[in-house]
Design a protein around this ligand. Structure first.
Ligand SMILES: Nc1nc2c(ncn2[C@@H]2O[C@H](COP(=O)(O)OP(=O)(O)OP(=O)(O)O)[C@@H](O)[C@H]2O)c(=O)[nH]1
Ligand SMILES: [Mg+2]
Length: 479
């Protein structure tokens, strides 16, 4: 008998959970995953190894070939490869079994149903990763990185997620925590020996430690979270303009596919069409809209209302003009209504159809439209489209970014982390103010503690149950 099998499971109090770990739909292989104290017993009950041994002995982390059978009637379910992994060297740090069967949803469901009949329960979304976190294998930022990695749709996000999974953010936060703990220790000595307080508390030295070791790194992390947000979430750009200027042609060119209908008839697009493109790692959600004009046609008017509604949610307006015509009053009216709507929204003018109007001069259009930046293109012949993408990128990220955004080896906090970082920084600023004003060390200690707790929320040391639930609910089942 393997030495592993005599050891009782590490977390015998936990229930055993099971789920299908691969996505629905036919595939070459499908995986059912079990975690918890009953994993091995369940496996023994439902697995019939090809090479019979009695009693069945399973070495940890070794692949076995055989059949899953229904123990009720011994009927075969599927031919599989399966592995038992002994705690604690597993994803959840519990005993784990993974069964690789054929990627048929019916087979997977059948295996799962047998497993739950004999004592496991269905896992909740993210429950495997939650257990990995609760059992100390991952800190909370690493658990979040698992989700980000699964969902990543750009290389930038993928590399940020990998860095976070490797513990980059965790390490940055831990280093700051350690410095705060060291400062707290000094302050606690001053509390214990009030008569020597002035000798122990070197206010100037502590202020410097706080600034260099805590405030500046916190501020840098907050700034990076802002930069990263547009790469994580992307931006929304709405294509607006009069009918027939080439909005749908522009969408198609940017997507490099014939997504939207294009005709010479003004009023072709009725509904809004949304697609996503990737510009240097920045996801750009692009919305094509109905050309805006006065109309008595109900469907077209509804489309125009939708176009205006999309404007409200957009970060950027791609305002398309027709180079074969001079600037019209309608163009100007539309521009003013965009500007009335929001002064913060960025506008990029796109002078389209330059292939048939090579003499069109950008300034003729810009002067009437707030001197906004302009790119001249031909949507039909793909002229200047790379240049247009460059302009979109630099308009959103600022001209500094050049070739794209590379976080390198830096830790990159998300919105949740940023919120906690800001609270932590605020508490540190109170400590600094207190040191300057020579307030009692008891009060300094309270603010240091508060800063430590906010940082603890990021890595999961002090995070509340509600926040944990919110994070893990976003995972898929089986992860
Ligand atoms: N020569 C030339 N024709 C273009 C260009 N872009 C669009 N067109 C033509 O202009 C006409 C209208 O194009 P669409 O893309 O449907 O214009 P739209 O702005 O979406 O029009 P609506 O949906 O009706 O508001 C079509 O006949 C296109 O082939 C271009 O760059 N050059
Ligand atoms: Mg259109």
């Amino acid at each position: 008998m393997s030495p592993f099998e005599q050891i009782p499971p590490a977390s015998s109090a936990a229930e055993t959970i099971a789920a299908i770990a691969t996505p629905p739909g036919p595939g070459g292989i499908g995986i059912v995953r079990i975690s918890g104290p009953l994993s091995l017993a369940l496996f023994r009950k439902i697995f019939k190894p090809r090479h019979k041994k009695s009693p069945q002995v399973y070495e940890s982390h070794r692949m076995y070939y055989g059949w899953i059978i229904d123990p009720a009637n011994s009927s075969p379910i599927d031919e599989v490869l399966a592995v038992f992994m002994q705690a604690p060297n597993t994803y959840t740090r519990e005993d784990v079994v993974e069964i690789q069967c054929h990627g048929s949803y019916l087979v997977l469901q059948e295996i799962l149903s047998i497993i739950t009949t004999y004592g496991a329960r269905l896992a909740e979304p993210g429950e495997f990763t939650k257990r990995a976190f609760l059992n100390g294998r991952l800190d909370l930022t690493q658990a979040e990185a698992v989700l980000e990695l699964i969902e990543a749709r750009t290389d930038v996000v993928r590399s940020m997620a990998v860095g976070q999974l490797q513990g980059r953010l965790y390490e940055s936060i831990s280093a700051i925590q350690e410095r705060l703990v060291a400062m707290r220790a000094i302050i606690e000595v001053a509390i214990d020996f009030p008569e020597d307080e002035t000798d122990i508390l070197d206010s100037a030295a502590l202020q410097k430690q706080l600034r260099v070791g805590v405030e500046e790194p916190l501020a840098a992390l907050i700034a990076r979270a802002d930069e990263a947000k547009i790469f994580r979430e992307g931006i929304s750009a709405v294509i607006l303009g009069r009918p027939n200027v080439g909005k749908s042609s522009l969408l198609n060119t940017l997507l490099e596919e014939d997504r939207a209908l294009v005709t010479h008839i003004p009023g072709t697009t009725r509904d809004t069409i949304e697609e996503c493109i990737n510009i240097k790692g920045m996801p750009v959600h692009i919305v094509d809209t109905a050309g805006i004009r006065h109309t008595s046609e109900t469907v077209e008017e509804m489309g125009i209302q939708r176009a205006r509604a999309k404007l409200a949610a957009a970060d950027l307006v791609l305002f398309v003009l027709d180079a074969t015509e001079l600037l019209t009053e309608e163009d100007q009216a539309l521009y003013s209504s965009i500007k009335q709507h929001s002064k913060k929204q960025k506008v990029l003018l796109i002078l389209n159809k330059i292939d048939i109007a090579p003499g069109a001069h950008p300034d003729q259009y810009r002067i009437g439209l707030g001197n906004e930046e302009l790119v001249a293109v031909s949507a039909k012949f793909h002229t200047n489209i790379p240049e247009l993408k460059e302009r979109i990128f630099s308009l959103i990220t600022g001209p500094k970014k050049g070739t794209g955004w590379d976080p390198g080896t830096a830790a990159v906090p998300n919105v949740r982390h940023k919120d906690a970082l800001k609270k932590g920084l605020k508490a540190c600023l109170r400590v600094k103010k207190g040191l300057k004003a020579n307030i009692s060390p008891d009060l300094l200690a309270i603010d240091i503690q508060s800063a430590l707790e906010h940082l603890g929320d990021i890595v999961g040391e002090t995070t509340t149950e509600d926040v944990l639930d919110m994070i893990f609910e976003r995972f898929c089942i089986g992860k």
